[in-house]
Design a protein around this ligand. Structure first.
Ligand code: ATP
Ligand code: MG
Length: 381
């Protein structure tokens, strides 16, 4: 019934990370050493003697002139055994050569070393600068998808992350929540998905960066229906800006149509807000079915990051039971954080702000700050 538990996914991720780290550890120290010898050898070879005095800054300097002068003067002036003297000179020269190598390596190192380590972490196929893309999805309406997208995004941003929100819902509620009138947007996510407009052209900079929606988006599913690769339109659009953000949070409409499919195809994580009511939970199985189809056909990496109980009212038995049912069925997949009922969540969008800005000290704000910490700790484990 479960698609991919967080634990399983994290374990797989951890193994991958360990392998990468092990490879990096092997590569870094040894990469510097072989590079040093490999790159240096050619340079002292053509001019072993003349190069010596130049790069020697301090420690080796006394050795160089001493070696140079002793060779010619001392054996002639004093009756020191020549063989011993030559052996010493050779030893000194060898030591000096080693030092020259190290010095030359040092000179080359800054660029060389970076060059060596970059491919390990930043190969073109696997850029480290890829944003985490999180979709907030549940085909049931009014379960706090939009509220969670905005407030978690702002909480992540408060913790120092670069965050972009994408409004993929024709209702434009997320856009409105940032004080932007969707009816006045000349360009919107419609143009990005249908006409391949660069997404950077529809990003507004408010409390947080937001790629805006307009009512046109309602026609996007039909307009995209004849497009080749229509499920990947958003994924392709995000390539342009992946390196500019740490997190991209996508608000989806209350349906499992092409817009939501685009969001899930472009994401690596899905957060499923669920109102703590029996009826809200029934849709989860349907959502899992859609996600499975996407994993099999479009995006094997996407997984449920967590199920988020929202509008929780601990005073009612029904809400407590609903959470118990969630935990029995989905175990670890249910976030520990609870988003409790609070009127601030309805008030904040009227001011065009997140709850974290509208009332930073409120308990409502702390619910999403806690969630942000939970999301970050899951991501790093
Ligand atoms: N924790 C909460 N306590 C009280 N009200 C809330 C809470 N979270 C959200 N709301 C309110 O519930 C309503 C629905 O929330 P929201 O718009 O975020 O849901 P949604 O899932 O995005 O809806 P839709 O499916 O229509 O897009 C809004 O009026 C919002 O202010
Ligand atoms: Mg919404």
């Amino acid at each position: 019934m479960r698609i991919l538990s967080r634990k399983n996914h994290d374990r797989a991720k951890q193994t991958r990370e360990t392998e990468v780290e092990a490879a990096a550890e092997q590569a870094t120290p040894e990469a510097a050493a072989p590079t040093a010898t490999a790159t240096v050898e050619p340079s002292p070879a053509p001019s072993p003697e003349p190069v010596a005095p130049t790069p020697e800054p301090a420690a080796a300097q006394p050795a160089t002139p001493a070696a140079g002068s002793e060779v010619k003067t001392e054996p002639a002036a004093e009756p020191v055994p020549v063989e011993e003297e030559l052996a010493q000179v050779e030893e000194e020269a060898a030591a000096e050569e080693t030092e020259i190598r190290l010095k030359a390596a040092d000179l080359l190192a800054p660029t060389r070393r970076e060059f060596q380590t970059l491919p390990t972490h930043q190969s073109p196929e696997q850029p480290v600068d890829r944003a985490e893309v999180i979709s907030f999805a549940n085909q049931k309406g009014g379960v706090a998808k939009t509220t969670s997208t905005l407030n978690l995004a702002v909480a992540l941003s408060e913790l120092g992350n670069r965050v972009l929100c994408i409004d993929l819902d024709p209702q434009g509620n997320l856009t409105m929540s940032q004080g932007i009138d969707p009816d006045k947007c000349e360009k919107s996510m419609y143009d990005v998905l249908v006409n391949d407009l660069p997404i950077s052209e529809v990003i507004a900079h408010r409390e947080i960066d937001i790629a805006v929606a307009s009512i046109d988006l309602a026609g996007a599913e039909i307009a995209m229906s004849t497009k080749i690769g229509r499920e990947r339109s958003l994924e392709n659009a995000l390539k342009e800006i992946h390196s500019e953000y740490d997190y991209i949070c996508i608000d989806t409409p209350p349906s499992l149509g092409l817009l939501t499919i685009n969001a899930l195809t472009a994401s690596n994580k899905v957060i499923v807000p669920v109102q703590c009511e029996y009826l809200s939970m029934r849709g989860l199985v349907q959502l899992q079915g859609t996600l499975k189809m996407i994993q099999e056909n479009l995006n094997p990496d996407v997984h449920i990051e967590g199920i988020l109980p929202t509008m929780f009212d601990s005073r009612t038995l029904h809400a407590r039971e609903a959470v118990s049912i969630l935990e029995e069925n989905f175990g670890d997949l249910v976030f520990k954080s609870r988003i409790r009922k609070a009127v601030k969540f309805a008030e904040a969008p009227v001011r065009g702000a997140s709850v974290l800005k509208y009332d930073p000290e409120s308990r409502a704000a702390s619910y999403y700050r806690n969630l942000a910490k939970e999301v970050l700790s899951d991501g790093s484990s």
